[in-house]
Design a protein around this ligand. Structure first.
Ligand code: ATP
Ligand code: MG
Length: 138
């Protein structure tokens, strides 16, 4: 996605995108890696960039696969993890700490609301909510 000097994304190529299909494609790719993921998906069409939305979903799914069985995430650390190059120190050996910053940027570009809560048993629950009458930014 191109962006001008003010950071506004170039919306050429935005189109109706079914988030359920995006999620299905991302999950199917992981299943072929020998991983089973249970998902309940219903059609949810938004206006956006299909490649960016696939990146958003892929980053969240990959994080769930990589980090969700990890230790409890303290509340005070959650917002920091959405900044670039931020990782939790304990036991963290791979990754660049960029995925959640990418997720946040893509959600903002699509005017989606992002929220994250820590699960008591470890891992995060991340919600990305698109408006019911979603329209592209102008
Ligand atoms: N689902 C999750 N459960 C628990 N911790 C998470 C989860 N997702 C992210 N984190 C924590 O937040 C940090 C930042 O995540 P982020 O996706 O930005 O980077 P990363 O996964 O380490 O590397 P990459 O750049 O490859 O995505 C992770 O290092 C991890 O400590
Ligand atoms: Mg990641």
């Amino acid at each position: 996605m191109a962006a001008d000097e003010l950071g506004q994304p170039d919306r050429a190529g935005w189109e109706p995108v079914d988030l359920a299909q995006v999620a299905r494609d991302v999950l199917d790719a992981r299943v072929s890696d020998g991983i089973r993921v249970d998902a309940t998906l219903e059609p949810a069409v938004v206006h956006g960039d299909p490649r960016l939305l696939a990146s958003l979903v892929a980053n969240l799914v990959d994080n769930a696969l990589r980090h969700n069985s990890g230790p409890h995430v303290p509340l005070a650390e959650i917002s920091r993890l959405f900044q670039p190059f931020q990782r939790r120190p304990a036991g963290q050996v791979d990754g660049h700490g960029l995925g959640l910053a990418i997720v946040r940027t893509i959600a903002t570009a699509h005017r989606a609301t992002l929220s994250a809560t820590a699960r008591t048993e470890g891992g995060l629950t991340v919600a990305v909510a698109f408006g019911p009458c979603h329209r592209p930014m102008t």
